[in-house]
Ligand binder design. Structure first.
Ligand code: ATP
Ligand code: MG
Length: 425
């Protein structure tokens, strides 16, 4: 089976440089960061600043892969814009001022002129598109990226869910009018539902009416029910919709959404994504216009759509981890299988495990192979902490009878399988 370019199927744990630890840093309060640090998925540099290590990066890349597939499926074209921001574009939209955008990180060139580190990319991309869009024939366009954002967040208590540097998937739509924009907006909403379902949080995630900002009265957030969430929402379970507390007091939101204010349930939630109608706010400010069929110059109608893959990863941890450690859904787990050998160097058990490792990797199964010489109890505790969905244990019995114990991380269920059955999956 062909492997995915750049992603190896197998890895030996003896060659993994990361170590697990019993304790998370004392100053880390978020469950997601505590567990991810203990399991060696991420490293904390300072408050709100995290590095992704091999296992963490594999999971982050799985999440990014799911999002990318769904963005491509609705016609997204992927780019990668620079983080460095020219103040000129931001001055035109009125967002260079720290009083308007309170999360800016700014810096200077050697010659003294100012630069910004991007916290979002409406300005840069809209300015760029003025060179690409001139006629109604150039529309619509849907452009997205996975790109590092910098935000001087005031509070950094939610681990990787609120970082000061984080990768965002940001998609921007360029349409000729509100009607074609609305059509695409609903397509993005549907793609987002697919993403959250594939990442295993679909059932707990609600499309939520929130404040809209510049153009439309409301935007939509995707809010995942979780006690660790920073937001409060009011949910209508039957309609699968919710209203953010910030607009809950506004009677109009209930007319617009069709949600009945009576009988709503208040809940804590994490904003994993959002979708915005921008209208012509940015295209007007930056001169992004097209000529319609009659040759009349018209402002491009825009939308923006964000998801934080790291925040999504943290949300999965918050929702699924148990008292033993991380628990990943198969779709985002760094490996599908944790192969744990209980053998010593060169004994029958290790030889059996080595052979199974080679076979599984060749068959395209992503397998982390614990080939180290450690106590069984220590290996199992570490395996539980890492949260890989299936554990295959190679002990004496497997080496002699050929029956391998397969343990489900989530349910603890144990089944016995032969080598042929394992490779057939
Ligand atoms: P919040 O209200 O939680 O600060 P936001 O309204 O600032 O979020 P956007 O600017 O729209 O969020 O960003 C789009 C997405 O990026 C969010 O839905 C979230 O998933 C993610 N995101 C935002 N801020 C952070 C952060 N500091 N760390 C990690 N992910 C983030
Ligand atoms: Mg924010």
């Amino acid at each position: 089976m062909a492997t995915k370019p750049g992603i190896s199927n197998g890895a030996r744990q003896s060659r993994l440089f990361t170590k697990t630890r019993r304790e998370a840093p004392a100053d880390e309060v978020a469950k997601n960061a505590q567990l991810l640090i203990r399991a060696g998925y991420v490293h904390k540099e300072m408050a709100g600043v995290y590095d992704y290590l091999p296992l963490g990066l594999r999971t982050l890349n799985k999440i990014i892969g799911i999002i990318r597939e769904e963005m491509n499926a609705i016609g997204g074209e992927e780019v990668l814009l620079t983080t460095l921001q020219d103040p000129e574009a931001w001055k035109k939209t009125g967002r260079w001022d720290d009083k308007v955008v309170d999360v800016w990180f700014k810096t200077h060139l050697k010659n003294g002129s100012e630069l910004g580190l991007g916290n979002t990319h409406e300005e840069a991309l809209t300015a760029l598109m003025t060179e690409q869009i001139s006629s109604y024939k150039d529309l619509p366009r849907y452009v997205y990226q996975f790109q590092s954002k910098f935000r001087n967040e005031a509070r950094a208590k939610s681990g990787i869910m609120r970082a000061r540097e984080f990768i965002m998937k940001d998609l921007y739509s360029f349409s000729k009018d509100a009607a074609s924009h609305n059509e695409f907006y609903e397509k993005v909403a549907h793609a987002y539902e697919n993403i959250f379902a594939r990442a295993g949080i679909g059932e707990k995630t609600y499309r939520t009416f929130a404040s809209g900002g510049s153009f439309s009265k409301y935007s939509h957030e995707y809010q995942t029910l979780c006690e660790a969430g920073e937001d409060t929402i009011y949910i209508d379970e039957a309609k699968r919709l919710a209203v953010n507390k910030e607009v809950h007091g506004d009677p109009e939101v209930y007319e617009t959404s069709g949600i009945n204010k009576a009988g709503l349930k208040e809940a804590k939630a994490i904003e994993v994504g959002n979708i915005f109608t921008l209208g012509t706010r940015f295209s007007d400010a930056l001169g992004l216009v097209y000529k319609d069929a009659e040759g009349k110059a018209t402002s491009v109608f825009m939308g923006s759509y964000g998801i934080g893959p790291g925040r999504l990863m943290g949300t999965i941890v918050e929702l699924m981890a148990d008292e033993k450690g991380l628990v990943w859904p198969e779709t985002v787990a760094p490996f599908a299988v944790h192969l744990v050998s209980l053998g010593k160097e060169n004994d029958e058990i290790s030889k059996t495990a080595d052979a199974l490792y080679e076979d599984l990797s060749k068959a395209g199964v992503e397998v982390l192979y614990d080939d180290r010489d450690l106590r069984a109890g220590e290996k199992f505790a570490e395996s539980d902490l890492l949260g890989i969905p299936k554990r295959i244990v190679v002990g004496k019995e497997a080496a002699t009878s050929g029956a391998f114990e397969v343990v489900d991380r989530k349910t603890g269920e144990v089944v016995k399988k032969t080598r042929a059955e394992l490779l057939a999956r």
